[in-house]
Design a protein around this ligand. Sequence first.
Ligand SMILES: Nc1ncnc2c1ncn2[C@@H]1O[C@H](COP(=O)(O)OP(=O)(O)OP(=O)(O)O)[C@@H](O)[C@H]1O
Ligand SMILES: O=C(O)C1=C[C@@H](O)[C@@H](O)[C@H](O)C1
Ligand SMILES: [Mg+2]
Length: 196
Amino acid sequence: MSPAVVLVGPPGAGKTTVGQLLATRWGVDFADTDDLVEARTGRVIADIFTSDGEPAFRELEREAVAQALASHAGVLALGGGAVLAEETRTALSGHPVVLLSVGLAAGVRRTGLSTARPLLAGVNPRATFAALLAERLPVYRAVAVHEIGTDERTAEEVADAVHAALTAAEAAAEDATTAGDTTSAGDTSAPAGHRG
Ligand SMILES: Nc1ncnc2c1ncn2[C@@H]1O[C@H](COP(=O)(O)OP(=O)(O)OP(=O)(O)O)[C@@H](O)[C@H]1O
Ligand SMILES: O=C(O)C1=C[C@@H](O)[C@@H](O)[C@H](O)C1
Ligand SMILES: [Mg+2]
């Protein structure tokens, strides 16, 4: 069993929001590695960061991602920094990973009112966010097979774009497989990972 889609991207890109929309639309389960870590430890992420430090959180996150990639069949959203772990980047290979990207202004706006993101809780969240984007964008892009910009789209429109990208990719793959085969055109109405 493996996820129908894995969403990666910076904080505020909408992984949780869009992931829930897609799961509802496709009639599958939604999982978010941030929630999995909190459920397993019975603690909130900000508390794990503050009391145990970021490396302790990253270790819990690595385990949660590995388990979810192996056993979750629905939509999976990764925590914003999960791709920093090489083990996780390797494990993502072969999965339908979609990057939800967000620019500095929208990212700061969307995360600005929340105190739940310890990495952005410092004195200058804008500078922190800019550094985070510069460091991580190449990493997100290296693991993703599609990138969807979210600045100019509502969460619903982002979900539409993710669905369209996966469906088009699957249709192209089926075309390649069935080239010359006159017996099966295949159903391309929805990505295979979540067909009912
Ligand atoms: N396309 C969008 N347009 C406008 N607001 C959005 C969009 N997507 C998400 N939001 C809003 O931005 C905020 C952050 O979204 P969300 O929590 O889904 O991001 P995330 O990628 O899961 O972040 P994190 O990595 O911190 O978990 C929420 O208030 C959400 O409603
Ligand atoms: O971008 C990050 O490093 C983080 C994003 C969140 O999803 C949480 O996983 C945590 O706050 C760290
Ligand atoms: Mg989230």
